[in-house]
Ligand binder design. Structure first.
Ligand SMILES: [Zn+2]
Length: 300
């Protein structure tokens, strides 16, 4: 009996090992979500960051190199948001994942960029967002392009599963289209609504849903607010009757709370990625929750 159990355990182990799962490592939890949707049962996906992390500030760790060593495919946000992955990919020495190789996927490829710098980049623009604004996933429509890039990568990794990936991609896009129509309908009444955001994470979201981002708590991307910057912002909010401050969940509340206290504005704290809060489990939840927050702050 014991022998039989051992034999069947060995068989189960062998079957598990023989199952050709595509191992994918993503930079963000949103990319993990989209990759799991497109890859379905054929993929095992790990994200190097969690949904409540500022993607500009992820600290490379040896455990991440270990994950990349074993991966078949890597999916990056791209631009300058996950530059911290460069050193990790180099350290992993996994030829499949080098730039231009079949296992390298930049999810931003083909996304029309906002805030793309014209001409020379100089230090007055700050140290980040140097290739354009990298927070493009906050326009849900861009997830079709992201999913399309992932789909192409998965087909390179396992061409024999192409039909499965195509079907999964189709289902994802159909669900997205239904949700997007719902979000657009709910946001229609806020066209032109002026908001202050902490970081410049929201231009894609704002363009999609017609919000007017009138200022940022940060004077430049990545630069914490000074007292004089907050004072100027407070005056602007009073003069223009701006009543909503949208802040990403990982930033300090001090600046937004100060502004809210002086102007009577409401602060909406938003998780910007899947897993960023208890009630934000998926990429789609990001939009459900932030729109709920805006409805509460701005009035239905
Ligand atoms: Zn940023």
């Amino acid at each position: 009996m014991k022998k039989l159990i051992l034999a069947s355990a060995a068989l189960a182990f062998w079957a598990g090992a023989a199952r050709a799962e595509i191992k994918v490592v993503t930079a963000s939890s949103d990319l993990r979500y989209i990759c799991e949707r497109v890859g379905g049962a054929e993929v095992k996906v790990e994200s190097l960051s969690s949904g409540d992390q500022d993607l500009h500030m992820v600290e490379p760790r040896p455990s991440m190199v270990f994950k990349l060593k074993k991966a078949d495919m890597v999916v990056r946000v791209g631009l300058d948001l996950d530059m911290w992955m460069d050193s990790l990919i180099n350290a992993a020495k996994n030829g499949r994942l080098f730039y231009g190789q079949p296992g390298y996927v930049d999810a931003s490829a083909g996304v029309p960029l906002l805030e793309k710098p014209e001409g020379k980049v100089d230090a007055s623009m700050g140290d980040i967002h140097i290739y354009g604004n990298p927070h493009y996933w906050l326009d849900p429509a861009n997830s079709k392009i992201m999913a399309g890039n992932i789909l192409a990568g998965l087909k390179r990794a396992a061409p024999e599963k192409a039909a499965v990936f195509d079907a999964n991609y189709g289902a994802f896009v159909r669900e997205l289209d239904v949700k997007l129509a719902g979000w657009e309908a709910r946001m229609a009444k806020y066209k032109g609504l002026k908001v202050i955001t902490y970081h410049s994470s929201w231009p894609y979201f704002a363009r999609r849903f017609g919000l007017d981002v009138a200022g940022h708590v940060e004077p430049k991307p990545g630069i914490p607010p000074s007292a004089s910057h907050l004072d100027g912002l407070m005056k602007k909010m009073k003069a223009e009757n701006i009543k909503v401050i949208l802040t990403e969940s990982y930033y300090p509340r001090k600046g937004p709370d100060f502004l809210a206290g002086k102007t009577g504005a409401a602060v909406v704290t938003a998780a910007v990625s899947a897993g960023g809060a208890k009630d934000v489990k998926t990429y789609f939840d990001v939009f459900d929750r932030v729109i709920e927050g805006l409805e509460k702050a701005a009035g239905k």
